[in-house]
Design a protein around this ligand. Structure first.
Ligand SMILES: *[C@@H]1O[C@H](CO)[C@@H](O)[C@H](O)[C@H]1NC(C)=O
Ligand SMILES: *[C@@H]1O[C@H](CO)[C@@H](O)[C@H](O)[C@H]1NC(C)=O
Ligand SMILES: *[C@@H]1O[C@H](CO)[C@@H](O)[C@H](O)[C@H]1NC(C)=O
Ligand SMILES: *[C@@H]1O[C@H](CO)[C@@H](O)[C@H](O)[C@H]1NC(C)=O
Ligand SMILES: *[C@@H]1O[C@H](CO)[C@@H](O)[C@H](O)[C@H]1NC(C)=O
Ligand SMILES: *[C@@H]1O[C@H](CO)[C@@H](O)[C@H](O)[C@H]1NC(C)=O
Length: 344
């Protein structure tokens, strides 16, 4: 009787049905084993996926437990706890990170300004990342690049990684910023990115700096190497020896073009959280650097840079055809650029 109950006993399979095709029987057994296998697997999988979703829940709980202290509700949007793919923030995982972008124009002191920010232990500004054309080919590549930077997965010499409290980059208006302004403003507002505008009040000085810098691109005044920024007064003096001649026909249209672009950018980005700085003010007034640190909500520190200013003297001594320039700008809305605006 006991043998009869057991379907797969040797007796029932072989002895009691000796004439049946053993191949068919083997197939039946095989099918049964396979069915069992599939069933067991599916049960396992179900348990596994249940367990991994538990795991996900745990992670979310941990994320949520990173609460920034003393953050006003209106500020919450600008506070982040990135989880980089490439490393662990370890003991700084719950230090809030703020996202920023320095929006500027070439030769407006943004290189110098960025070295000042990077001298702060909790600030990482990663340089002119969009000077590389393919990164700004379209809004998808721009967003991809920004995501990587703000997730702390972008490595430059400026990266301070796990204990960074403010992460950003330097971005020139002509590097895809104006063309893609709508999407970028949307990105800034959705992700909580703050903008630091840095412009020059005196666009004539900026023009001289551009001409001198592009002259040096070819002339390579410093022992055959081109330098945009220098670290000694000696080098600065050599570079400042070159006096450009300004094309007086193009002078006013060029100044107007830059002026318009700056005005337009302020209009485009006015809905973002932002601060507007002028190079001249940062040079003259140390409080401006405190304002920036407060804006980024990092602890206040003395910031320093090894860079040395190239053009230090009076404007009239920096231009070959100063008389013509004076005549051209006299009586126009750009007349104030002729005046001494700061002494160093
Ligand atoms: C954006 O640019 C990248 C790189 O040039 C290119 O591979 C990609 O196809 C472009 N995407 C769109 C949507 O145009
Ligand atoms: C700044 O960085 C230091 C050292 O990495 C770290 O100990 C500190 O917690 C950070 N402070 C802030 C406010 O992020
Ligand atoms: C250029 O070379 C001279 C000597 O040949 C050296 O004294 C000077 O430091 C060099 N300057 C730079 C900027 O490399
Ligand atoms: C100034 O620029 C205009 C337009 O490009 C050009 O026609 C003119 O020759 C230039 N003048 C000088 C003195 O280079
Ligand atoms: C320096 O800047 C602060 C604010 O940024 C301002 O209140 C102060 O008046 C400025 N000082 C001078 C001398 O301009
Ligand atoms: C500027 O224009 C005023 C009159 O509008 C004139 O008196 C003055 O001499 C001019 N200055 C220069 C440097 O051309």
């Amino acid at each position: 009787m006991a043998d009869g109950l057991c379907l797969f006993s040797k007796d029932s399979l072989i002895i009691k049905n000796p004439k049946k095709n053993p191949l068919v029987l083997r197939m039946v057994v095989l099918m049964f084993v396979m069915a069992c296998g599939v069933y067991i697997c599916s049960v396992c999988l179900r348990q596994y996926s249940a367990r991994s979703s538990e795991h996900l829940l745990e992670v979310q709980v941990v994320e949520r437990s990173c609460e920034a202290p003393n953050v006003e509700p209106s500020e919450k949007h600008y506070v982040h706890f990135p989880k980089p793919k490439t490393f662990s923030r370890s003991e700084c995982a719950c230090i809030p990170v703020r996202y920023f972008a320095i929006l500027s124009t070439q030769r407006s002191g943004s290189g110098w300004f960025e070295t000042l920010l990077n001298s702060h232990i909790n600030i990482s500004s990663n340089g002119e990342i969009f000077s590389v054309k393919v990164r700004r080919s379209n809004i998808s590549t721009i967003v991809e690049t920004l995501d990587k930077i703000y997730n702390l997965d972008w490595f430059t010499s400026a990266s301070k990684n796990e204990c960074t409290a403010a992460i950003g980059l330097k971005w020139m208006l002509n590097q895809g910023l104006m063309q893609n302004h709508e999407e970028i403003v949307k990105y800034f507002n959705t992700k909580g990115v703050s903008a630091i505008f840095l412009f020059r009040r005196n666009l004539l000085r900026r023009m001289i700096s551009i001409l001198a810098n592009s002259y040096d691109w070819n002339a390579k005044l410093l022992n055959g190497t081109h330098k945009s920024h220098v670290h000694s007064t000696h080098e600065a003096e050599i570079l400042a020896r070159y006096k450009p001649t300004l094309n007086t026909t193009l002078l006013i249209p060029n100044l107007r073009q830059v002026d318009d672009m700056v005005t337009k950018s302020l209009e485009y980005f006015k809905s973002t959280r932002h601060i507007i700085l002028y190079y001249e003010d940062v040079v003259k007034n140390a409080t401006k650097l405190m304002d920036v640190q407060d804006f980024l909500k990092v602890p206040r520190r003395d910031l320093n840079s090894r860079q040395v200013k190239i053009h230090r003297g009076s404007l009239s001594s920096q231009v070959e055809n100063w008389g013509d320039v004076e005549k051209t700008l006299n009586g126009t809305c750009y007349e104030s650029y002729l005046n001494e605006d700061y002494k160093m």
